[in-house]
Design a protein around this ligand. Structure first.
Ligand code: AKB
Length: 316
């Protein structure tokens, strides 16, 4: 049976790349991109698009009825930094949006659902280094605790309704095709744009703030590999830790300087995103993903930096 895949929140940083990757695998017409906003250029001209507001049950129900999707990727969310400015809105979108999708997935017999979680589910009392899959979790951002609650809902729907829902705790994601929108890890994308355009960057995080990050190619491959794995291999139905590469703004700047020797970095200080970053892990243990469905990272810091600069300079 051929797949019909609905991607909700397709305009975002992950959606833009995922829609095109899925269209490469399943065929353009089989992947319905959807978003509350006008489609981005990359999405508009590459295949079918629908306007969808995940908070509007009638609108969402109509889309499920129209396409009868076999797989759904629910990516619509408000990220950590914007979430602190709009806490109620972040909670509503991140939580109610997910529950609407899980409900309709059960009603329409969707075969598989993907939902992204984040390293933001961890908090100040979680172990900071090599953070394990299971440990103390006391996220103190609305984004973080909406993701943690969302993980619980995913596991609950799997247990109560047999829904095949799968999820990853993404680290900060770095890609050249789409910009991030409102996260704490966004500096690691902006720095590349500014390095190429202006030769300098003022980081909103301090020089030694280590965070787990991942190149988008690895993140998309992880997502497709998880979704392709046989159901019996998916032992975790909340969300899998995904480690990536851990580095600080200073270390990233040093790596960029190997390609652009005149690049300069400075540090703004006094930014509310610093407190968020300080509450998150510095590195993540993703051994469970390696064991269960064969996860292997491909891009380390030098490889990612070289690839990012080479591709970004062709589009900016
Ligand atoms: C953010 O910074 O909010 C996101 C994330 C780590 O989930 N990139």
């Amino acid at each position: 049976m051929s797949e019909t895949i609905l991607v909700i929140g397709a305009n975002g940083q992950i959606g833009t790349e995922l829609v095109n990757a899925l269209r490469g695998v399943y065929g353009t017409e089989r992947v319905i991109a959807s978003d509350i906003n006008n489609p981005t250029y990359a999405i508009r001209y590459s295949g079918p698009f629908e306007f969808v507001n995940v908070l509007d049950k009638d609108n969402l129900h109509h889309i499920f009825q129209k396409y009868q999707p076999t797989q759904v990727y629910q990516l619509a969310a408000i990220l950590s930094a914007v979430g602190e400015q709009k806490p109620r809105m972040a909670w509503d979108l991140n939580m109610t949006g997910l529950i609407h999708v899980l409900d309709f997935a059960v009603e329409f017999g969707v075969k598989k659902v993907f939902w992204p979680s984040s390293i933001a589910v961890f908090g100040p009392h979680s172990p900071q280094y090599n953070t394990p899959q299971y440990c103390v979790m006391d996220p103190n951002t609305v984004y973080g605790f909406s993701k943690l609650a969302g993980e619980r809902w995913c596991e609950y729907y799997n247990r109560k309704h047999g829904l095949d829902v799968r999820s990853l705790r993404y680290p900060g994601l770095i890609g050249w095709r789409a910009n991030p929108g409102g996260g704490t890890t966004d500096y690691a994308v902006h720095i590349f744009h500014e390095a190429l355009k202006n030769g300098r960057y003022e980081s909103f995080l301090s020089a030694n703030t280590a965070l787990p990050m991942m190149y988008m190619d690895d993140a998309i491959r992880a997502t497709l590999t998880l979704m392709d794995a046989p159901a019996q291999q998916i032992c975790i139905r909340s969300s899998y830790n995904l480690g990536g590469i851990s580095f600080t703004p200073a270390q990233l700047a040093d790596e960029i300087k190997k390609h652009l020797p005149d690049f300069e970095i400075s540090y703004a200080g006094d930014d509310p995103r610093q407190a968020i970053a300080d509450s998150w892990p510095k590195s993540i243990d993703d051994s469970q993903a390696q064991t269960d469905w064969g996860w292997q990272l491909e891009f380390d810091l030098p490889k990612m930096t070289a690839d990012m600069l080479e591709n970004l300079k062709t589009v900016i």
